[in-house]
Design a protein around this ligand. Structure first.
Ligand SMILES: [Zn+2]
Length: 236
């Protein structure tokens, strides 16, 4: 299934990019904006302030009509990804609150006064802000890494770490997301992995072209490989 089809259908069963299982866990419809088309230009990191343990209480909380908020994604501490808000709706996750609007200055789209919720994708990373440095497990790192790579490719964000933000950066009374953003290394790894993946695809394509030309285009095997590369490129 392509990303476009997933977006149309509203839910990922598995991440089409990483094959990681994604658990659909629909939030109460009043906890997000069902009628807003979300077109992310940035990714936001959060911690929900719940224990990093075997009880995933945040997706359950998003089903409560009194929650008044949500994120599209939730990364539990054993590596699972949950999707709580369907595409193309916008979560109510990270409105601008008494802080200056983040600027990217990379030539891509800026927020320019539009709701950050409409222009971002967002994830709750199971844990507490005060102890995420201790509880951020390798499995959870892998889940967040997959989600970040998927986000950069799916939304075609400029390939730089500035496009990943923390809740702390946009709200005067929130401090979550900042340790993962600045100290865990996961954002840098996601961007460099996306760049490497794209460079590998380009290198393979260049090699194939050279081979195809050398054989005057007579080698059927070359074309088979070229088709496979096209399929690989289409996958995200
Ligand atoms: Zn938050």
């Amino acid at each position: 299934m392509t990303i476009d089809e997933c977006i149309k259908g509203g839910w990922f069963g598995t991440s089409p990019f990483t094959d990681r299982l994604v658990i659909p866990y629909p939030a109460y419809v009043g906890n997000y904006y069902p009628d807003r088309i979300c077109k992310p230009i940035a990714l936001f990191l959060h911690e929900p302030q719940e224990e990093a343990d075997g009880r995933e209480s945040t997706p359950v909380w998003f089903q409560n009509p009194n929650a008044h908020g949500s994120t599209r994604w939730y990364a539990d501490n054993d590596g699972d990804l949950y999707q709580c808000v369907p595409f193309p709706a916008a979560a109510i996750a990270n409105g601008l609150d008494r802080k200056p609007e983040p600027k990217f200055n990379d030539g891509g789209q800026e927020f320019n006064g539009v709701s950050l919720n409409t222009l971002s994708d967002n994830i709750e990373i199971e844990g507490w802000t005060h102890s995420i440095a201790q509880t951020f497990s390798n499995a959870q790192y892998g889940g967040v890494l997959d989600w970040l790579m998927l986000g950069y490719i799916m939304w075609d964000l400029p390939r730089n770490t500035a496009r990943t933000l923390s809740h702390f950066q946009v709200s005067a009374d929130r401090s979550d997301g900042e340790w993962v953003r600045t100290k865990s290394g996961v954002v840098q790894e996601a961007v460099s992995r996306v760049l490497k993946l794209e460079k590998d695809v380009q290198d393979i394509k260049a090699l194939l072209w050279k081979e195809a030309l050398r054989n005057n285009g007579q080698d059927a095997n070359i074309w088979t490989q070229a088709v496979r590369i096209n399929a690989l490129e289409a996958k995200p």
